[in-house]
Design a protein around this ligand. Structure first.
Ligand code: F6R
Ligand code: MG
Ligand code: MG
Length: 366
């Protein structure tokens, strides 16, 4: 059976500040999506939050880029924004960059990750949701899951994965894409995805079967809006087991926290901390960045779950390590490498400061 899994998210208002979503906004999501389920528009759904982002997880039969499903998500975000406005939540409607829905929610602010799949006899998927970071944050973990044999034993000893995967990399500045075959082209691949602010892994396919294996949201709010309007706070869907990495291989990259951009004012690097839903509430210096992992078994399109995968106590050391890394970076205050380099601040509040000081810079005659 063909089924589409759509994960669409937006920050429609924070409670308190940018730290969390309000239960009433989540309840509005439930209300509208349960109505859509009743009339058969969607098969099933789960509404949750990661930090200040409202996350809509939906299954349906309408394929990717469906105007109907994108429109439904838009309506949920608009209705939840009304709730946020009533409660005077912070930044109500901040990710809805347009007044009216124009057919495709991509480019309008919300983040989107979708895949249409032939549901297998058993279909375990993991949905990653992050706050206070950008889509490039998935580059390193996706590389490890699908191309690094030190992470994914199945690449070496699993017959079904031995030939590798195809990575689609998006250049978000030039709006171009390129495909890399792994393992043959991993050095070329790494050259680009090692710069995650510009090059982002968007899709991964199984090389032999061509099955879609992983998909991430690559909407970059700063490029859409032309100025800083908040962090992208991306999502990512990964299929597991069989032809794909095992659940444990998919989660393993997060056992070693990496440094990502997006902390405080979208202008600082911080460690990506794997957390359970209860701990997906970034408060220290508006962070540090968080990632949650929800596991589902699909059953004829029904979402059996979620299992809160990072609740596992074996991720405790990673959280501990991330906290230590946070202290180390925080010591630098406004200095790199905590603060982003100037080029990366192009779309934050920095341009206004630069413009104000422009006339005071004199040519150095010494
Ligand atoms: C939001 C974020 C926060 C804000 C900061 C300032 O995702 O990362 O760190 O950038 O709280 O927010 P404003 O400019 O809305 O007062
Ligand atoms: Mg916010
Ligand atoms: Mg957010």
């Amino acid at each position: 059976m063909k089924v589409t899994l759509s994960v669409i998210k937006a920050d429609i208002g924070g409670y308190v500040g940018h730290s969390e979503s309000h239960p009433e906004c989540i309840a509005m999501g439930h209300k509208l999506l349960s109505e859509a389920k009743k009339i058969g528009k969607i098969i099933d759904y789960h509404v949750t939050k990661c930090g200040d982002d409202l996350e809509l997880i939906m299954t349906h039969k309408k394929g990717t880029h469906s105007q109907e499903i994108h429109g439904l998500s838009w309506d949920v975000f608009v209705a939840a924004t009304e709730v946020a406005k009533k409660l005077k939540l912070y930044g109500a409607g901040q990710d809805l960059l347009s007044d009216a829905f124009s057919g495709n929610i991509k480019g309008m602010g919300p983040g989107v990750a979708e895949m249409e799949i032939e549901e297998r006899a058993s279909e375990p998927v993991i949905i990653f949701m992050a706050d206070k970071t950008s889509s490039g944050a998935w580059n390193l973990p996706l590389y490890k899951m699908f191309a690094d044999p030190f992470n994914t034993a199945g690449l070496v000893i699993g017959e079904s994965m031995h030939n590798g995967f195809v990575f689609e990399v998006l250049d978000v500045k030039e709006n171009k894409r390129v495909l890399f075959n792994t393992p043959e082209e991993i050095y070329d691949l790494l050259l680009f995805i090692g710069s995650p602010a510009r090059y982002m892994v968007r899709n991964i396919w199984h090389k032999d079967t061509k099955e879609i294996s992983a998909v991430s949201s690559t909407q970059k709010l700063s490029y859409i809006a032309g100025k800083y309007v908040g962090k992208d706070d991306p999502v990512c869907i990964v299929r597991c087991q069989g032809n794909f990495p095992a659940v444990g291989e998919v989660l393993e990259p997060f056992a070693e926290p990496t440094i990502v951009e997006g902390w405080m004012r979208g202008s600082h690097y911080g460690p990506l901390m794997p957390v359970s839903m209860e701990d997906g509430v970034p408060t220290r210096f508006d962070g540090p960045p968080r990632v949650m992992a929800y596991g589902f078994q699909l059953a004829d399109g029904m979402l059996v779950g979620p299992r809160d995968m990072f609740k596992d106590i074996s991720f405790e050391p990673a959280r501990q390590k991330a906290n230590e890394m946070a202290y180390m970076l925080r010591k630098h205050g406004p200095f790199e490498p905590h603060r982003l380099p100037l080029e990366e601040l192009e779309y934050t509040t920095l341009p206004q400061v630069m413009a104000r000081l422009n006339n005071r810079w004199e040519t150095n005659k010494d």
